[in-house]
Write a new protein. Structure first.
Length: 85
């Protein structure tokens, strides 16, 4: 209830709430709910759809791509350096 009031006072028009909290909306005064668009969500994908202006595009990636982007290592006398753990 307090968070919805704060959103309304702060000029926020759309509020995302967990779907399982929809039952609690009955306790919220009508004048608070009238000023807000309350959107129940059940998964983070739904949150991203509302929060981002455009959805991110997945990138194609392989470990070989990552290795190819690293600078080559040069070893003195052709011997790789030792790694101590």
């Amino acid at each position: 209830k307090e968070k919805l009031l704060a959103a309304l006072r702060g000029g926020i028009k759309t509020v995302l709430i967990p779907e399982e909290n929809v039952k609690d909306l009955a306790e919220i005064p009508a004048n608070v709910k009238e000023g807000l668009e309350i959107v129940p969500v059940s998964h983070v994908d739904e949150v991203l759809e509302h929060a981002l202006t455009s959805l991110p595009e997945p990138i194609e990636w392989t470990e070989a791509d990552d290795l190819a982007s690293q600078p080559p290592t040069h070893h003195a006398h052709g011997v790789p350096p030792h790694t101590a753990h």
